[in-house]
Design a protein around this ligand. Sequence first.
Ligand SMILES: Nc1ncnc2c1ncn2[C@@H]1O[C@H](COP(=O)(O)OP(=O)(O)OP(=O)(O)O)[C@@H](O)[C@H]1O
Ligand SMILES: [Mg+2]
Length: 214
Amino acid sequence: MGKIVLVSSPKGGSGKSVLARHLLVSARQADIEAIGIDFDSQCTFDKWSRRRDITRQMFPDFVKAPVEQARLQDWRAGLRVAKASPFAVIDTPPSVEDHLAAVSQLAEAADIIVVPAVCTQDDIDSVAPWVEALKKRQQKLVIVLNRANRRTTSFARMRGRLVKIADVCPVEIPQLEDVHVPSSKGLTLLDYTKSRGQEPFEEVWAYIRRQVRI
Ligand SMILES: Nc1ncnc2c1ncn2[C@@H]1O[C@H](COP(=O)(O)OP(=O)(O)OP(=O)(O)O)[C@@H](O)[C@H]1O
Ligand SMILES: [Mg+2]
């Protein structure tokens, strides 16, 4: 059976698409025939993958990272594609409330739901009810803290609040000014041999991989 990771958060700009593409590249670098599914009508994940295809024509050493577009109105079709792959990373739009039925079905089919969250009160206000709803359905979920700054007191405070409501990934993704730079070529920080911010993405992948046993 293939494994499905659903990246979902009702909060816009929390890092869903950034995390989705780093997880997809991690899986591919580990020789897993992974696929990305993009349920966001903005197609951020899909467009990134198309740019990657173009880059790969010149530099084929970068691992392939295919992404299929899907529609929440037709979630079954997207889920079928995900299930046909040994490993699928699903990116979703922030508007969970507008598509609650579809996102809930995807969540049910997923082996783990990854909820990226920035350590601010606004993010917690938005994320906490979603996490509680998923918990009621006894779904396996993990919060991944993003844009984290360990030196601030608010980080520890917000992290503490989230730990009380759900599992929090032991590794957080720090604030990385350059995280968007490789994206213009369809790449990620993981495509470079040495780049700041690579390690946390590798560690988050290692953690999620262990959770879904792949
Ligand atoms: N760790 C980080 N450090 C710095 N910038 C980040 C980090 N993670 C994400 N960003 C930036 O924040 C913005 C939002 O990230 P991203 O698109 O991944 O969020 P999203 O949750 O997919 O947004 P949406 O809900 O609109 O789909 C992007 O410009 C991205 O480059
Ligand atoms: Mg997105």
